[in-house]
Design a protein around this ligand. Structure first.
Ligand SMILES: O=C(CO)[C@H](O)[C@H](O)COP(=O)(O)O
Ligand SMILES: [Co+2]
Length: 220
């Protein structure tokens, strides 16, 4: 799989429906939703109400829900209500990762685990066989529009190597500072889902999406 997941963190919230409609027309399948609680990260953003509204208006969009919150277990039921494609939680925010992965799956939702730039891939060793996705943060979480941290490329490469060697099934998602200049390299290293906020929503959103999408799908 090679897909772009536009992150609505950088969308125009007064025109969110129109923007999603325009992107969907160009083949957008995933929409990335950044949930921030003002504790795990300094910012406060979106809750389950918005997820429910997007799902109601765009039932076939795959909701890619990125929880950047403390105590994620407490909110799984609420976010599972919108029937998302996947819920990611942060390893740094959860002492009982195995329990939480299984709980998310018990709701019929794919379970993803996200790691901050400074968190090593080795900490995921024992859960890699059971997660549906690993989300590599390529910026420090909390805000859109930051620059891609180059050393995170090594983490993508390492995850891809482990996946190949062990025959694991998780997909690799990368989030933060993804743009038309670095997306090709990120793709070559084995990334499957490219989360892009400002590089889609700043400027001409349709043209931005088309360019990124064509690059990862190898049509240019
Ligand atoms: O999780 C996030 C920030 O914590 C966002 O998904 C990410 O930053 C996307 O925005 P941009 O592409 O502008 O970096
Ligand atoms: Co995100």
């Amino acid at each position: 799989m090679k897909e772009i997941a536009p992150s609505i963190l950088s969308a125009d919230f007064c025109n969110l429906g129109e923007q999603l409609k325009a992107l969907k027309k160009e083949g957008m399948e995933f929409v990335h939703i950044d949930v921030m609680d003002g504790h795990f990260v300094p910012n406060i953003t979106i809750g389950p109400l918005v997820c429910n509204s997007i799902k109601k208006n765009f039932p076939d969009l795959k909701l890619d829900v990125h929880l950047m919150i403390e105590n994620p277990m407490r909110y799984i039921d609420a976010f599972a209500e919108s029937n998302p494609y996947i819920i990611y939680f942060h390893l740094e925010a959860e002492r009982h990762a195995d329990r939480l992965i299984n709980y998310i799956k018990s709701k019929g939702v794919k379970a993803g685990i996200s790691i901050n730039p400074a968190t090593p891939v080795s900490l995921l060793e024992h859960v890699l066989p059971i997660v549906d996705s690993v989300l590599v943060m390529s910026v420090n979480p909390g805000f859109g529009g930051q620059s891609f941290i180059p050393y995170t490329l090594n983490k993508i490469k390492l995850l891809n190597n482990i996946r190949r060697a062990q025959n694991y099934n998780f997909f690799i998602a990368v989030d933060g500072g993804v743009n038309s200049e670095n997306i090709e390299e990120i793709s070559r290293l084995g990334c499957n889902l490219f989360i892009a906020g400002s590089s889609v929503f700043k400027g001409n959103i349709v043209e931005n999406f088309k360019k990124l999408n064509k690059t990862v799908k190898g049509k240019i």
